[in-house]
Design a protein around this ligand. Structure first.
Ligand SMILES: Nc1ncnc2c1ncn2[C@@H]1O[C@H](COP(=O)(O)OP(=O)(O)OP(=O)(O)O)[C@@H](O)[C@H]1O
Length: 324
């Protein structure tokens, strides 16, 4: 349904062009949940924003974003607006800054219904209550006239999801939807997204830096580092048999996998800044398996096994414990 091909987004001018995402390709099938995983600054949010054409105002976007075989990257704004918020909706990580503090939540849901449906005023009100109910807001009818500050953080995120669902999107782009929430509420929101995806056959791209979140919710994982996808595959495959040293490092850093009283592993070094990306593999300076070629050449994503793709000259076939 979504086919992203060689998507690159850069900032700045020709003399100092900073590639935020570099030659990113992946697909999302109907009803599928794809997890986009990586450290801060790896390019996850820019990927989502570039899909929707939201980076065009301040960046240069190359490549194709095929939505039902139509390239969104060359669409006029009018056509894009037809897809944005209706067929493809997005929720952001910080609901307080995405909701308008001056409008009641009822008005904000209504705005989206008005833009994307032909429902009458009374039908829109009924649907707004149904949507709040659907995302688990108690006494939904009584909450329509409340303002965002009258909701807790978890409830605000539910309101954001209700707004996104107003148009019954076929694809939901969720940018770290649970990062700002405490752990128990996180779980509820993830379960909600999972249920909605199943019940509505809605595809989801879930951006997260948390492998645990990806493991619980996603069908496939795309691991991102330095603006490039470094490993893509089914969630079970990547968790059981990661091949890229960065994926292995990420998995080793998950606290749940650490034996009692042993030290928690952390990836050495820090990710390169946009202006300072290495010529070869971006991960080479931090990689325990790096070879000379990794410093000079950039590996491309290639099929590795039946279902995974890996961008590495020296993919690992051993378990994470043996690598460092
Ligand atoms: N408008 C911009 N101009 C210049 N650089 C930008 C701009 N927006 C983002 N970047 C840079 O692009 C890179 C990728 O940013 P992005 O927000 O996609 O990272 P991320 O993986 O989503 O991180 P986080 O998890 O912290 O949100 C970062 O280095 C960021 O500083």
């Amino acid at each position: 349904m979504l086919d992203v091909r060689n998507l690159s987004t850069s900032f700045g001018h020709d003399t100092e062009k900073l590639l935020a995402i570099d030659d990113v390709s992946f697909t999302v099938a109907p009803g599928e949940i794809l997890g986009l995983v990586g450290e801060s600054g790896s390019g996850k949010s820019i990927t989502l924003r570039s899909i929707l054409g939201l980076t065009k105002r301040y960046g240069q976007v190359e490549g194709k974003v095929l939505w039902k075989n139509q390239n969104m990257n060359i669409m006029k704004n009018k056509e894009l607006r037809r897809i944005r918020g209706s067929e493809i909706a997005m929720i952001f990580q910080e609901p307080m800054s995405s909701l308008n503090p001056l409008l009641t939540v009822g008005l904000q849901i209504d705005e989206n219904l008005k833009a994307h449906t032909k429902l009458s005023r009374s039908a829109r009100k009924k649907r707004s209550i149904e949507l709040l109910d659907l995302v688990g807001i108690p006494s939904a009818a009584d909450r329509l006239d409340d303002y965002p500050h009258q909701f807790s953080g978890g409830m605000r995120q539910r309101v954001m999801i209700a707004i996104a669902l107003a148009s019954e999107p076929e694809l939901l782009l969720a940018d770290e939807p649970t990062t700002a929430l405490d752990v128990t509420i996180q779980q509820q929101i993830l379960d909600l997204i999972l249920d909605l995806s199943k019940n509505m056959n809605m595809s989801v791209i879930m951006v997260t830096h948390d492998l645990g979140v990806a493991a619980q919710t996603c069908d496939r994982i795309a691991v991102m580092y330095g603006g490039k996808l470094v490993e893509v595959g089914p969630v079970r495959e990547i968790l059981r048999n990661p091949q890229h040293p960065y994926s292995i490092g990420l998995l080793r850093s998950v606290p749940e996998d650490v034996a009692p009283r042993s030290e928690l592993y952390s990836l050495p070094g820090i990710p390169p800044s946009l202006a300072d990306r290495p010529k070869g593999c971006c991960f080479a300076p931090r990689c325990p398996a790096a070879m000379t070629k990794c410093v000079t050449d950039r590996p491309e994503l290639q099929q590795a096994g039946n279902s995974c793709s890996v961008a590495c000259f020296n993919p690992q076939t051993i378990t994470s414990g043996n690598i460092a």
